[in-house]
Design a protein around this ligand. Structure first.
Ligand SMILES: *Cc1c(COP(=O)(O)O)cnc(C)c1O
Length: 384
């Protein structure tokens, strides 16, 4: 038995013991064994992305954001213009990065509960012919909404604009196939549906983009082209890799390959359905329509039990005391709390989380009732 908290978060997540155990071995970063592991990581990533023929996988040290920023810096130049589709935190973050690097961008925004609208994207591309790139998030983890990934990529291809996909929380669980979808750049990391520890992100890049002349990075660490070239020429990372995390990622990719993306999707969907059914009974509703709800994480709203961020903090701490960790922030726009369904989650974890939420809701009711009846007998009479 592990005494780790049970993570019901959309990354980092609870991972398998044998994957953690891989981190007990110290390897030299330029050693032949580590180079072989690096090669295999790159090969598995490509295979899972469906990009064995025309793509390259470029791992990068750091969290997912590092690889997003590296992709934008490397592949968006001063003469380019980017259309950024935003319906949550991570889309907005891409726009913020581009602005910080003084790249020209225009933002197409949607409410957090509405998927990116393909017609509006096409209209924007039609209206502004100077747009060279489009960025969007596959599964916007802010609410767990799935954006129309294939239709957006089809529009990008038709218009000849370069696509940059944030697939951080979808790679490994949602259907991604480079050969079929022909994205240009897709970015993800090890610590979401790949079920590895945090520390390594990666981009899957179409070979046609990997040319010095057409890349633009002005930083050393975030130059994905240079990182790629170095892997190709030496099989080594340019700077010290997280060697232990890389070994764990290697094991996690072997496990993902063995399980299969669609079986992993099914496993997460079962977690998600169990959670939604239980939360509904407690008067918490998902903020998304069923058709756009991913099995990655669910945003729940209950104006009765969790009306604001202050009460959310109490609920968070109540769950934490029960050994359960959910996403730590209340989402003001949708007034929701977020619970992850990914990782090595056991059914009993979800049942225990539901019991803890029920207990909390009961105490809340008790508190309200005693407040109304004059403030005595706080916490008394938790209803069934
Ligand atoms: C988690 C996440 C990120 C950011 O990844 P970090 O590892 O926290 O830097 C970006 N986009 C999406 C869709 C995510 O889910």
């Amino acid at each position: 038995m592990s005494n780790s908290p049970r993570l019901l978060t959309p990354g980092p997540l609870s991972i398998a013991l044998d994957i953690k155990e891989r981190m007990l071995t110290d390897l030299g970063s330029r050693d032949v064994e580590f180079r072989a592991i690096t090669e295999e990581i790159r090969r598995y990533l490509l295979e899972i992305a469906g990009g064995t023929n025309n793509y390259a996988a470029v791992p990068l040290q750091g969290s997912g954001t590092f690889a997003i920023e590296a992709a934008l810096m490397t592949f968006v130049g001063a003469a380019d213009k980017v259309l950024v589709c935003v319906n949550g935190t991570y889309g907005a973050r891409m726009a913020a990065m581009l602005r910080r690097h003084r790249r020209d961008c225009s933002v197409l925004s949607f409410p957090a509960t509405v998927p990116v609208d393909v017609d509006q994207v096409e209209q924007a591309l039609e209206t502004d012919q100077s747009i060279t790139h489009i960025c969007f998030v596959h599964c916007e983890t802010t609410t767990g909404i799935v954006n129309p990934y294939r239709a957006l990529l089809a529009s990008a291809r038709q218009r000849g604009v370069v696509s940059v996909v944030d697939a951080m929380s979808s790679f490994g669980a949602l259907d991604i196939d480079a050969a079929r979808d022909e994205f240009d750049i897709l970015v993800s990391s090890g610590n979401k549906c790949v079920e590895a520890p945090p520390g390594i992100a990666f981009a899957v890049v179409h070979n046609g983009l990997l040319k010095r002349k057409t890349t633009h990075a002005t930083t050393y660490s975030l130059d994905l082209y240079d990182q790629w070239l170095n892997f190709e020429q030496t099989r080594e990372w340019r700077t010290t890799p997280p060697t232990h995390v890389a070994q764990a990622l290697h094991s996690a990719l072997i496990a993902l390959h063995a399980e299969g993306v669609s079986a992993r999707h099914t496993r997460y969907s079962a977690n998600c359905e169990r959670l939604i059914a239980g939360m509904r009974r407690l008067d918490f509703e998902p903020v998304l329509d069923h058709e756009v709800q991913s099995p990655i994480c669910v945003a729940f709203r209950s104006d009765r039990h969790v009306p604001n961020a202050r009460v959310f903090d109490d609920l968070y701490n109540h769950l934490r005391a029960a050994g359960i960790v959910i996403y730590a922030k209340f989402h003001e726009e949708t007034r929701s709390l977020r619970i992850g369904c990914i990782g090595q989650i056991e059914d009993v974890w979800i049942d225990d989380a539901l019991a803890a939420v029920e207990d909390f809701a009961g105490r809340q009711n008790g508190r309200l009732r005693s407040h109304r009846s004059g403030g005595q007998a706080a916490l008394q009479g938790a209803p069934s």
